[in-house]
Design a protein around this ligand. Structure first.
Ligand SMILES: [Zn+2]
Length: 265
């Protein structure tokens, strides 16, 4: 308990200081971090830590370019509590289920890894994908679309998703190599599959359900209802389905892929 309190406190202060998270985002992440530390342990907190650190770095890569095409999330790329909930709620829930189900703990650990891998891959896919100078293609139908449109995919994005899985596998190797619940090969396959699969499902859900807006001032296409200080015009999708809800769908998809992967591999 003391170890987790100390480490989670340090991580929270660092995330806020380095402007990865705002204050409420930091507090929400600390609560999720404590739950995961107490249930999944060091393997769990390390997964979240890698996700937070690498995502924070990826947001800063090409920041000026992303800003110039108008695709930066509000508040200069700093993530708030809605973002933390969207990315971490499902992981926290599955980690609690993992800790109370002794008999089936392997499959729930697979679900936990799947959920973290999915949101990590999706975040890197977005941040790296936005650096692509051409037009992304919609995942269904492959029609060219504007950068920032929900459902738009690029090869850069998929390269980002793939690298997130590889980073996670390498970072977790010390904990996975002798893990009697999963084993290295099984865990690696689960991380890879849920990363690529979760990102793909996120894009499909984004294209089919998520609200897409057009800024009335600068004319860009965006997933955010406000731009240039004004309320945007809605082009399509459901106003209730925003990026955070699609993130929850993505992490839930990661859990499902992780658990199916556990049974297959
Ligand atoms: Zn605008």
């Amino acid at each position: 308990m003391i170890e987790s309190l100390v480490i989670v406190s340090i991580l929270t202060i660092l995330s806020i200081r380095l402007k990865v998270l705002d204050m409420y985002g930091g507090i929400t992440a600390a609560i999720i971090g404590m739950i995961v530390y107490q249930t999944v342990g060091r393997l769990g907190i390390l997964s979240l830590c890698i996700f937070l650190l690498v995502s924070g770095l990826a947001t800063r890569v090409g920041y000026e370019y992303k800003k110039s095409i108008g695709v930066i999330e509000s508040k200069s790329g700093i993530r708030g509590f809605r973002n933390v909930i969207g990315n971490g709620l499902v992981a926290a829930i599955i980690s609690i289920i993992y800790s109370i189900n002794y008999e089936h703990s392997g499959i729930f650990l697979a679900g936990f890894l799947g959920s973290v891998s999915a949101v990590f891959a999706d975040t890197l896919a977005t941040e790296i994908g936005l650096l692509y100078k051409g037009k992304p293609r919609l995942i269904i139908g492959l029609k060219k679309t504007m950068p920032g449109t929900p459902g738009g995919v690029t090869t850069y994005g998929y390269a980002g998703a793939l690298s997130s899985s590889l980073i996670l596998i390498i970072a977790l190797t010390p904990f996975l190599i002798n893990n009697n619940l999963l084993g290295m090969k099984k865990a690696a396959l689960i991380i890879l599959l849920s990363g690529i699969g979760g990102t793909t499902i996120d894009s499909i859900a984004g294209q089919l359900l998520q609200a897409t807006y057009k800024c009335i001032i600068c004319g860009i296409t965006t997933e955010y209802p406000f731009h240039c200080g004004e309320k945007c015009e809605k082009i399509k999708g459901n106003s209730y389905v925003n990026n955070h809800l699609v993130n929850i769908i993505c992490s839930a998809a990661g859990v499902a892929i992780g658990m199916i992967g556990y049974e297959i591999f």
